[in-house]
Design a protein around this ligand. Structure first.
Ligand code: NAG
Ligand code: NAG
Ligand code: ZN
Length: 507
């Protein structure tokens, strides 16, 4: 079988490779070789480019990968003297960036594998440049709320993942007031806990009240792990009883979950976040607000909390940054999620908050289901499954919509890698620097593509994704997980064999 090889073993080959690379296409750096974990033949190699995103800024040079770890990062000046002596993949001008760390994804495994599952979910993640994914404790069955249920998740994931996977546990009324139960879940290795301040929509994942949350945070303080909160509290409906509502209109759905829900939750949470201050009763704990949608009062309250020293962070998701409520077509339930997508003025404010550093990071909140529950024939927003399917596209979506706001590669790396790694306590991830895991995405920001039936989508149900039909820029060329090339984004797209990702446990 013909295999394309462009390792530059000797200077002559290197010269020819360079020449061909320039002459033909930017995709000439594809490498296809069989090796169990990863598509590369060697455990020690270099990757080079004119654009490498490091903590010290964008550099031209090369990254040395040895035994799955970043062994060195050298700049152009020093690189020129060595490049003929070593094995190297030259990525030209493609961007070499730390792989994305998605701290919020629902892969629905075990129990709901007809919705997604670890194999398709992590395959899509790898194709999207995500190298680490932290799976949410709900939407699978049973929910991950105890050591026993975590074990089921671990068994479902083992040897079936293409990227590294860690787990959040659930903080629910059943375990929240019982330290023994919570400690056993944390001792089993979950990276932190997640709770809901409103009904989650999942029967075995009930909502918590503020006493549960306060108690949970006090236990988390000892472990120095975060609590992730879905911050919405049900308020009186803005829709009057008996009024004539059109369930096919997105605005109807928007009115059922106004920004006041988020604001009410955050106002109540402030009595907990203040415990996390230095010297406070829960010092060492951290509260993380997942998928913030309201860029008004909710954000202002959180900024105040941060300013006075509460240990708080905020994430938002690409769909809140890409879409606006007034643009959502009638009956197009692919766009339904909670909290809802708000108007374009709110979207602009979210971008501003992100660029100003008031919002700390991004996550996918990939939350799929089966088409029968998502794409309802009658287009009823009030009945359709709430959750956006996005996992494979978050990098190009962030970039495509972010470019209009002047987003830089360093910001991309901060929002998608560095800050999420810090949240999850992943000390060895999130940066291209010596000693870190060689978790790397190589991508071409200038290359545009259409997400349509011709585009390889690895998610279980491509049709439910709100991004189908969009034109995006930012094509993933290669994804490395701990030095293993797990995805090669040539014309076809090629993954290494199953099971190349590792499970991550807190310790
Ligand atoms: C607390 O949790 C432990 C471990 O799950 C359990 O054995 C114990 O019965 C629980 N205590 C109460 C009061 O529910
Ligand atoms: C929260 O629920 C628990 C029961 O699980 C109850 O004991 C407690 O009083 C409630 N706290 C508040 C603030 O409602
Ligand atoms: Zn979620």
């Amino acid at each position: 079988m013909e295999r394309t090889l462009q390792w530059r073993f000797i200077p002559l080959l290197a010269l020819i490779a360079c020449f061909l690379a320039v002459l033909f296409s930017p995709r000439s750096y594809q490498i296809t070789l069989d090796r169990k974990c990863g598509l590369l033949p060697h455990g020690h190699y270099w990757i080079s480019s004119k654009r490498i995103v490091t903590p010290e800024g964008l550099i031209s040079g090369a990254v040395e990968v040895k035994g799955g770890i970043i062994a060195s990062v050298v700049k152009e000046e020093n690189w020129n003297q060595r490049k003929s002596l070593v094995e190297v993949i030259d990525y030209g001008e493609a961007v070499i960036m730390p792989g994305l760390v998605d701290v919020h994804a629902h892969l629905d495994d075990p129990g709901k594998t007809e919705w997604e599952g670890f194999p398709t979910g992590t395959k899509a993640a790898a194709a999207g440049g995500i190298t680490t994914l932290i799976d949410m404790p709900l939407n699978s069955f049973p929910s991950t709320v105890s050591p026993e249920t975590l074990k089921l998740k671990v068994e479902a994931a083992r040897k079936r993942i293409h990227v590294d996977v860690g787990f959040w546990g659930g903080l629910v009324p059943d375990n929240a007031l019982n330290s023994t139960a919570l400690e056993s879940l944390l001792d089993a290795g979950v990276l932190g806990l997640k709770s809901f301040m409103c009904p989650s929509g999942i029967n075995d994942f009930p909502m918590t009240n503020i006493s549960h949350i306060k108690k949970g945070v006090s236990v988390l303080a000892k472990y120095r792990r975060p609590l992730l909160v879905h911050a919405e509290i049900e308020q009186e409906s803005e829709i009057e009883d008996g009024s004539d509502i059109d369930p096919r209109s997105y605005l109807t759905y928007l009115k059922t979950r106004p920004a006041s829900w988020e604001e009410a939750a955050i106002r109540e949470l402030l009595s907990v976040t203040e415990d996390t201050r230095i010297g406070g009763p829960a010092e060492g704990a951290h509260v993380h607000i997942v998928h913030l949608s309201d860029a008004e009062s909710s954000l202002a309250l959180l900024k105040e909390a941060k300013d006075r020293g509460d240990s708080v962070s905020i994430e938002t998701c690409p769909h809140y940054l890409a879409f606006a409520s007034e643009e959502i077509p009638e009956g197009d339930t692919r766009f339904k999620c909670a909290p809802p997508i708000r108007d374009s003025a709110n979207r602009d404010k979210l971008w501003k908050a992100l660029l100003d550093g008031d919002i700390d990071m991004l996550s996918s909140d990939h939350s799929p289901t089966v088409p029968e529950l998502k794409l309802l024939a009658d287009g009823n927003f009030l009945k359709a499954w709430g959750g956006i399917s996005s996992l494979q596209f978050v990098l190009p979506v962030t970039w495509s919509y972010g470019r209009m706001h002047g987003v830089t590669f360093e910001q991309m790396a901060s929002w998608w890698s560095e800050r999420p790694s810090q949240l999850a306590g992943l000390r060895h991830k999130g940066e291209i620097s010596v000693g870190k895991h060689a978790d790397i995405v190589v991508w071409e920001p200038e290359v545009e593509f259409d997400i349509d039936d011709d585009h390889p989508v690895y998610l279980k149900h491509p049709s439910i994704s709100a991004y189908m039909g969009r034109r995006l820029s930012g094509k993933v060329v290669s994804t490395f997980v701990r030095g293993n090339l797990v995805y090669d984004g040539g014309e076809e797209g090629k993954h290494s064999s199953d099971g190349c990702g590792s499970l991550i446990f807190a310790n």
